[in-house]
Design a protein around this ligand. Structure first.
Ligand code: MG
Length: 159
């Protein structure tokens, strides 16, 4: 079986007055991520990793942030569409591994809920989805809590 690997990266600003939505769940925090959609930085990185693995361009190509259709869009729906696109191009998803870079809020208590949500959206078994978190040791924009970074890798294989 031939596996292909894809990589995704995304970043969104952290601002007052927005809900903090990450990996498809809302996490209590005094700031949230700013963006055209719900700004779910983790799901966006995962979408790009999946699209990249299948050489199907990127999230901005399929869901332009200039389009009213995707204003405040629920990123969970974008991920479902990306999975459909992957499948309709003859691929299955192998596994997904991600790292989120942020100082606060602590993600550890929410990792299980995020993995369960992502598992439901991708139809992947829980053991094939990994979400990790790290701080940036207070350095740079992530360290100053001005933004959140997400990295993801995904494998896909031909059905
Ligand atoms: Mg994004």
């Amino acid at each position: 079986m031939i596996f292909r690997v894809g990589f995704g990266y995304d970043v969104h600003r952290l601002v007052e007055g927005r809900p903090f939505i990450l990996g498809g769940i809302e996490i209590p925090h005094h700031k949230g991520l700013l963006g055209h959609s719900d700004a779910d930085v983790l799901i966006h990185a995962i979408c790009d990793a999946l699209l990249g693995a299948a050489a199907l361009r990127d999230i901005g190509y399929h869901f332009p942030d200039t389009s009213d259709e995707f204003k405040n869009a629920d990123s969970k729906k974008l991920l479902v569409k990306v999975v459909e696109l992957i499948n309709s191009n003859g691929y299955n998803i192998g596994n997904i591994d991600c790292t989120v870079v942020l100082e606060k809020p602590k993600l550890s208590p929410h990792i299980d809920a995020i993995c369960e949500t992502l598992s439901g959206l991708t139809k992947l078994e829980n053991g094939n989805i990994s979400v990790k978190a790290t701080t940036n040791e207070t350095m740079g924009f992530a360290g100053r809590e001005e933004g959140v970074i997400a990295y993801a890798v995904a494998t896909v294989y031909k059905k």
